[in-house]
Structures are given as C-alpha cells and as structure tokens.
Write a protein that binds this ligand. Structure first.
Ligand code: CA
Length: 231
C-alpha cells in the first residue's frame, strides 16, 4: 500500500520542513507550490491518501483546492495548514471538507501524528478489517462493507471522518457521547487535536443528514457534554 502524501505549500522553507519530517516517518511525499499544481498532481497520483493544504497561496487558495478535491474525492484525508492568527480559517477549512487542521508553527511529532491518524482513517493503515454488515435505522442505512450511508434510499456522500462519526452514533443509539469519547474513537487516542474539530465535523455532518440542520433531530446536542444519536 503506497504511503503517498501530497504537500501543498508555497513557502519553500516550510515545505522543506514538512517533506523532511514526513519522509523520515516513512511517507512518500509529493510536493506542490500552487493549488493548480496540486490538483494536477492529485489527478496523476490517484493513490495519494492524505493531502496537506496551505491556505494562503498565489492563485487559487487552499479552501478552493479543498472544495475541488472533495467534489470528486471523498476518501482522501485532507489537513489544512493554518496560521495562528487566522482562527476562523480552521472552521472555514473544515466546512469546505477538510478533516483536520494543523496550526503553524507545528512540531514534527504533531505533524506526523496528525498525518498518521488520517492515513489510518483513509484506509491505508493496519486497522483491523471492518466487520461487514449493515446498520439500519430508518431513514438511514449504513453499509459497513462499502462504508456508505443512505438516507431514504439515497446515497449521502461522506468523508472518512464523517463516516466514522456516523458509525459511532449508529452503534450507540440514544446514548449521550462525550466530545472526548468521539475524539478518541474517531481520531485516535494519540491524537493531538482540539475538541473543536468534533463540533465542526458534526456541523458539517448535520448539513448532510438532517432535514433541517438548524433544528437537528438526528444528531442532538447534549449541552456541556457532547452529542446523542436521537433514536
Ligand atoms: Ca502560504
């Protein structure tokens, strides 16, 4: 299984830092300096499992790159590289379809842990094979063999992280799940990230599965604690 990662970063010193560290961690790194170049390289290398996208770039920005990738590819893991001063970028990035973000400056250990976590999630790791089957809770049908979700018989396109959250919910109907529990289960215990990533992914998931995301009835909020699959 190829351990291919794409790095889109226009600043060569930061890109070099990322490439050295990911190469050391055993990844094959493909480099891009612009969004246009990244999209082209992704087309040529369909076995890239994870993409790291800087946001501020000459030409199209990282959000637009993320949007264009997600229009055709839901399985690749996407990490946005954000600056500390751009707090909103994190949320915007996740809403455009990213799975995670890393705030600059980051340590090699943090970077590698994030990529490892997504790499496993994107099906490239050594995770135990999923038990094949189906979880049916009308109007939803989750197929754990194909990792797909249907609502009223229609396919709902999910990212790998969204799928993992849905699976956790559907395996625990009616149970309040804490944000920490969701973070541990979906992102892994060795994950360095913040709880906010759970909230943003759930916001995005609600847009996809709720009848009215403003007034969610399937994924309900348990105030001060987490979320509940409302069955
Ligand atoms: Ca930049």
């Amino acid at each position: 299984m190829a351990r291919k990662v794409l790095v889109l970063e226009d600043e060569s010193s930061i890109r070099g830092f990322i490439v050295i560290n990911l190469t050391r961690a055993g990844y094959e790194v493909i480099e891009a300096e612009s969004g246009e170049e990244a999209l082209e390289l992704l087309q040529k290398n369909s076995d890239i499992r994870v993409a790291l996208l800087d946001i501020m770039l000459p030409g199209i920005d990282g959000f637009e790159v993320c949007r264009r990738i997600r229009a055709t590819n839901t399985t690749i893991g996407i990490i946005m590289l954000t600056a500390r001063s751009q707090e909103m970028d994190k949320v915007t990035g996740l809403m455009t379809g990213a799975d995670d973000y890393v705030t600059k400056p980051f340590s090699p250990a943090e970077l590698t842990a994030r990529v490892d976590a997504l790499f496993r999630r994107a099906g490239g790791g050594l995770a135990a094979p999923e038990q094949a089957g189906e979880i049916v809770q009308p109007p939803f049908r989750l197929n754990t063999r194909n990792r797909t979700l249907e609502k009223n018989g229609e396919r709902v396109k999910l990212t790998q992280v969204e799928y993992a959250i849905m699976k956790m919910f559907m395996e625990n109907p009616g149970k309040a799940l804490s944000r920490e529990e969701i973070l541990d289960t979906v992102w892994g215990r060795d994950y360095f990230g913040e709880l906010k990533i759970v909230d943003v992914n759930i916001r995005r998931l609600r847009l996809k599965i709720e009848d009215n995301a403003q007034n969610p009835t399937y994924i309900t909020t348990v105030w001060g604690y987490g979320y509940k699959w409302g069955f």
